[in-house]
Design a protein around this ligand. Structure first.
Ligand code: MN
Ligand code: MN
Length: 481
């Protein structure tokens, strides 16, 4: 079946809207390079739109009714938001679920060391990265340092024009004979991904009158004092951020590419930016949620953490926080029972809104052209993901796919279908299979990305727009079973 480029389906007025959406999307990327930053800006956006926190609703003893909007933030890294529909919750919700964690490099708990007068932060990468892509480029440091008194220092260094940036070194090509002969996956070792954060030794205290026969200081011998660069870095951390060395123990600091997302191409048709997997689907899902009118089904938008490492932990999709939150919601709507909760979840429908691999002509051999996602062809439906023999995949039911086809056709949403590359060349997964455990209909649906998981990933503006329209059409539908 032929799938078409959709740029020319729209008039210039609509293309203006495409660009406006792309601009606000880029702002979302620039202000959200970590899960926490995404949560902060999401809460700001939805509170402006009339959402109230679930805790507040409970505290005030509110009863929720049609059109009410509530949200719950879990550990500052995951959020569930709901807009109450006209139908009872037992008839199920329409759920848009995306993730807001992205591949990156995390700082270790005991990170700061000095080697040959360079101060480093030792690191451990997060998620699936090609290590060679993260060296020799400007990097920023984002995150939190939580001190023993529970005060939190928010760190964001490297984004302002006036900020310093950081970097990971790579060996010059002249001396890289051995490195260049290695397979790409081994060219840079995991332990070689340490961040250079300083090179200037601390000024030494004036030398004291020394007793005769006392050992000469390093300085007198002509060398720098031990760890003088590390000491200087610690002094800066103390003065500028009130961080002590031991505070790294309870810090979450993420190394991400420094700088803002950009329009790409002479025609400005694309967006180049960090973290588009999966903030492109998080943003479009969130935006769709904010632009909904009154719906028949209750609509839920989930933005979760830890997808890139298997959806584990208290803030990943495998955590029960979502189920617990739906239970609280049902209670506030006056209809909680264990059975009603089960009914609500099983009768729900979900778009696991996550990115798809865009066809890359330079690596055409990795794709099967008839079943690939293309830039500019609209929102993607991935009936299944997984690898080799569909292993580990959520395979959406044909009846569900048929219904989505009819919704998209009714709303003139252009969609394409794809799978993740050629059979047996690799694979991957999303949060889809986790929600599917409740027995609900789930399908992967999102935006195609080029250079996925690279420091700078690319998307097409028109696909971002079409995903947003697709999410609105899905969320507004009342006939999904
Ligand atoms: Mn993803
Ligand atoms: Mn990913």
């Amino acid at each position: 079946m032929e799938q078409k480029n959709i740029w020319n389906k729209y008039d210039s007025e609509t293309i203006d809207k495409v660009n406006v959406l792309a601009d606000s999307y880029r702002a979302f990327l620039d202000n959200g390079k970590t899960e926490r930053e995404c949560i902060d800006q999401t809460v700001e956006m939805i509170e402006d739109a009339g959402y109230i926190s679930l805790a507040k609703a409970i505290e005030e003893g509110r009863k929720l009714s049609v059109g009410d909007k509530v949200y719950y933030v879990h550990m500052n890294k995951s959020i569930a938001m709901f807009q109450i529909g006209t139908k009872p919750l037992t008839e199920g919700m329409n759920i848009l679920g995306a993730h807001i964690d992205s591949p990156r490099i995390d700082i270790k708990q005991n990170p700061l060391y000095e080697d040959r007068e360079f101060a480093y932060l030792d690191a451990h990468y997060y998620g699936g990265i090609k290590k060679y892509q993260w060296v020799a480029l400007p990097l920023a440091l984002h995150g939190v340092v939580v001190k023993k008194d529970m005060s939190t220092v928010i760190v964001n260094i490297g984004e302002d024009e006036d900020d310093p940036v950081f970097f990971i070194s790579d060996i010059l090509v002249h001396l890289a004979q051995e490195q260049m002969a290695k397979p790409a996956g081994k060219a840079i070792s995991g332990e070689a991904l340490d961040l250079i954060v300083g090179n200037r030794p601390i000024a030494e205290e004036p030398a004291k009158e020394e007793e005769e026969g006392a050992e000469k200081s390093e300085k007198e011998k002509g060398g720098p004092a031990r760890d003088a660069v590390k000491k200087a870095v610690l002094e800066i951390l103390k003065e500028q951020y009130n961080i002590e060395e031991e505070d790294f123990l309870s810090a979450e600091l993420e190394i991400v590419p420094a700088g803002k997302s950009r329009e790409a191409g002479l025609d400005r048709s694309m967006i180049l930016g960090y973290g588009q997997d999966d903030r492109v689907c998080a943003f479009t899902s969130l935006k769709a949620m904010l632009d909904l009118g009154i719906t028949e089904k209750t609509v839920c938008c989930l933005l979760v953490d830890k997808e890139e490492v298997g959806s584990v932990g208290a803030t990943g999709m495998n955590s029960l926080f979502f189920e617990n939150t739906v239970a609280e919601l049902m209670e506030l709507c006056g209809s909680y029972s264990e059975l009603d909760l089960r009914r609500c979840l099983q009768h729900s429908c979900m778009l696991s809104s996550d990115v798809s691999a865009a066809f890359d002509p330079l690596y055409a051999g990795c794709f099967e052209p008839k079943n690939s996602a293309y830039f500019g062809h609209g929102i993607v439906l991935n009936k299944f993901t997984g690898r080799g023999g569909k292993s580990g995949s959520n395979d959406a039911n044909a009846e569900y796919v048929a219904h989505l086809r009819s919704i998209f056709e009714k709303e003139d949403v252009s969609f394409q279908t794809a799978e993740l590359g050629k059979v047996d060349v690799g694979g991957g997964g999303t949060i889809a299979y986790i929600l599917a455990r409740y027995g609900m209909n789930v399908i992967d649906s999102g935006v195609p990305v080029l250079s996925m998981h690279a420091p700078w990933e690319a998307t097409s503006k028109i696909d971002v727009y079409e995903a947003y329209r697709g999410y609105i059409a899905f969320a507004s539908d009342a006939d999904l079973y």
